[in-house]
Design a protein around this ligand. Structure first.
Ligand code: HEM
Ligand SMILES: [Cu+2]
Length: 564
């Protein structure tokens, strides 16, 4: 008993050392800027979402100067490109600052340059979208072609990402030099993985945009190889999705155990999960192209295998989370098979929102396995099913984790506190978002199975009998969308309150400690050079043979088309 108490004391000591470090004001400014832009993008993206939902439900007719495809493009870009990346960066840069003893002055400068590049790029993207010159959706598949300015904007966004990744690597390398033989603090370890993947992902899209699309839209070349461009896009797009997921996972492993008053899962296994997700992530891109022609079956099979392989670290995560919840609940006196559940802080939005996010990943992940299966993909492909799937994965699992993070990170960087009133707003918001997203995602999955296509402006198909049956589901999508919009407004209200109006005070950076008696993690986990080389080998295995095949056996290139 005495030994246990002593161990608890040493944990408490380390915690208070953590607290004392805080976040220096100059570093906090960086996170402030990123979080502000991230949540504004959420607001605007949410508005687009509800307009679309109501339009597809047949309730809202759009004015002639604003069409459905324009809004769909803006919705995808705002949420997938802007909101997710800005919140991820704001969160990890705060994490680097806190756990690595502050950002280096030059890294701070890089973070601001990256911010400028991203914002400038985004402005270039938005102008043609507003002018209806770029309704190509966030996937911008050739041969659809937008105004060249749209693609120049994308280039600047990628340059911004690279600047931030370089900053992250410089800071991490500096810490390692000064702390030889030590393990990178766990949140910085996750952050390193995320920035490695961000560079890996954006490299593909940079090649696509700079070497293929820009010369083609400027008229320097006549045709574009559609297959190659789609392949490069999905090597990026698929990885991007997993980057947001890894960001959410970092909060589950590192932050949530602290919020529920427990310790985190085994450090060694946590690092193995990160490494596995980094090495195996990029190689699943063809599960988005299962019905594309021109890719051999064996290559598709390899990608599907690799996609399912990352299910393994995800299952490890599911186990780890429940292990931590049960251990903590039992230490707080929870008895019996499920009594520990009652001891978890359900009334604390910092726990409730990410808990629901995790639970949502169970059906979301199952749906992903369905889509990765060749025969089932034929049924679901490009239907509303897919939209239901990524609103569960991104719209619930990732975004609700971000919401949970916002309730401590926003007050932390703005030197304020989470009040009981904002916590209550957060709980109501979480419940509304959960119900809205459940209704919307369920209806989308169902109507997708009946064949309703995604990315299609409202139509009654001439009242064709088979499609009339879709109407009740489309109406339900509208109902879910309205609930989501209300929940979104509440979230933004809470974020702005915590930014500018909540009482001043000190908020702790919640980083959980390991169990005091845990065996030390072997040092090899820190060999990032090896992990990156392994990642490159796996990526080469998955992408070099099909790309060579597509280039050598290329059909005539396609001219640009404006389909809207
Ligand atoms: C207020 C909440 C939201 C509502 C009401 C909403 C609604 C919708 C609707 C109705 C569509 C169009 C489906 C179609 O016609 O094909 C859509 C597409 C999409 N949504 Fe959302 N959504 C919301 C939040 C989110 C979030 C939080 C994310 C991601 C973080 C997201 C990502 C996407 C993406 C990537 C598309 C596909 C765009 C495309 O096909 O190009 N949405 N959403
Ligand atoms: Cu994917």
């Amino acid at each position: 008993m005495g030994a246990v108490a002593e161990k608890r004391n040493s944990t408490a000591f380390r915690d208070s050392a953590n607290k004392a470090l805080g976040l220096n004001p100059q570093d906090a400014n960086i996170s402030k800027a990123y979080l502000l832009v991230g949540f504004i993008a959420l607001l605007l993206g949410g508005v687009m979402g509800v307009i679309q939902g109501l339009n597809r439900a047949g309730v809202l007719e759009l004015p002639t100067w604003l069409n459905y495809y324009q809004i769909l493009t803006a919705h995808g870009l705002l949420l997938v490109v802007v909101m997710s990346s800005f919140i991820t960066i704001g969160y990890f840069y705060a994490g680097f600052s806190h756990t690595l003893g502050g950002l280096l002055p030059k890294v701070r400068k890089m973070a601001w340059i990256g911010f400028g590049l991203k914002i400038f790029g985004f402005v270039l993207v938005v102008i043609p979208v507003l002018m209806n010159e770029a309704s190509v959706m966030y996937t911008f598949y050739p041969p659809m072609a937008a105004h060249p300015m749209f693609y120049f904007g994308l280039v600047f966004i990628v340059l911004g990402v690279w600047m931030l990744a370089a900053g992250a690597f410089v800071n991490v390398a500096n810490w390692r030099k000064n702390n030889k033989g030590q393990h990178l603090p766990i949140l910085a370890f996750f952050g390193t993985g995320v920035f490695v993947l961000l560079v890996g992902a954006t490299a593909f899209v940079a090649v696509e945009v700079i070497f293929m699309i820009i010369p083609w839209t400027l008229g320097w070349v006549d045709g574009i190889n559609v297959m190659v461009s789609r392949t490069l896009f999905w090597a990026f797009g698929h990885t991007a999705v997993n980057i947001w997921y890894l960001t959410a996972v970092s909060a589950w492993y590192v932050i949530i155990p602290k919020i529920i008053g427990g310790t985190r899962f085994n450090d060694y296994l946590t690092r193995v999960v990160v490494i596995a997700l980094v090495i195996m992530n990029i190689t699943g891109g063809f599960h988005h192209q299962i019905i594309d022609p021109g890719i051999s079956l064996s290559i598709k099979y390899m990608h599907v295998f690799m996609s399912l392989a990352i299910g393994f670290p995800s299952l490890m995560t599911a186990y780890a989370m429940f292990r931590v919840f049960e251990r903590t609940g039992r230490r707080k006196g929870g008895k019996g098979a499920l009594g520990w559940l009652k001891k978890l802080p359900w009334g604390d939005v910092r726990f409730l929102a990410p808990f629901i996010a995790m639970a949502a990943f169970i059906p979301a992940g199952a749906g992903g396995i369905v889509q990765s299966t060749n025969q089932l993909n034929q049924v679901a492909h490009n239907t509303m099913w897919v939209v239901g799937h990524f609103h569960l994965t991104l719209g619930m699992t990732v975004v609700m984790t971000f919401f949970g993070i916002s309730y401590w990170l926003v007050p932390l960087v703005f030197k304020r506190v989470l009040t009981p009133a904002m916590n209550k707003v957060g709980i109501i918001q979480t419940i509304l978002w959960t119900i809205g997203m459940t209704i919307m995602a369920f209806s989308m999955h169902a109507v997708g199975l009946f064949g309703s296509p995604r990315r299609t402006s409202f139509t009654t198909y001439g009242d064709f009998s088979s499609t009339l049956g879709w109407d009740p589901y489309m109406s339900a999508i509208g109902v879910g969308a309205v609930m989501l919009a209300i929940a979104g407004v509440l979230q933004i209200y809470a974020v702005f309150n915590m930014m500018f109006f909540a009482p001043k005070g000190k908020t702790e950076f919640p980083i959980a400690d390991v169990e005091p008696d845990e065996a030390p993690t072997p040092y090899f986990t820190e060999r990032w050079g090896v992990w990156v080389v392994l990642m490159l080998i796996v990526v080469a295995m998955a992408y070099v043979p099909p790309l060579i095949d597509m280039i050598v056996n290329a059909p005539p290139g396609s001219p640009p088309f404006k389909t809207w």
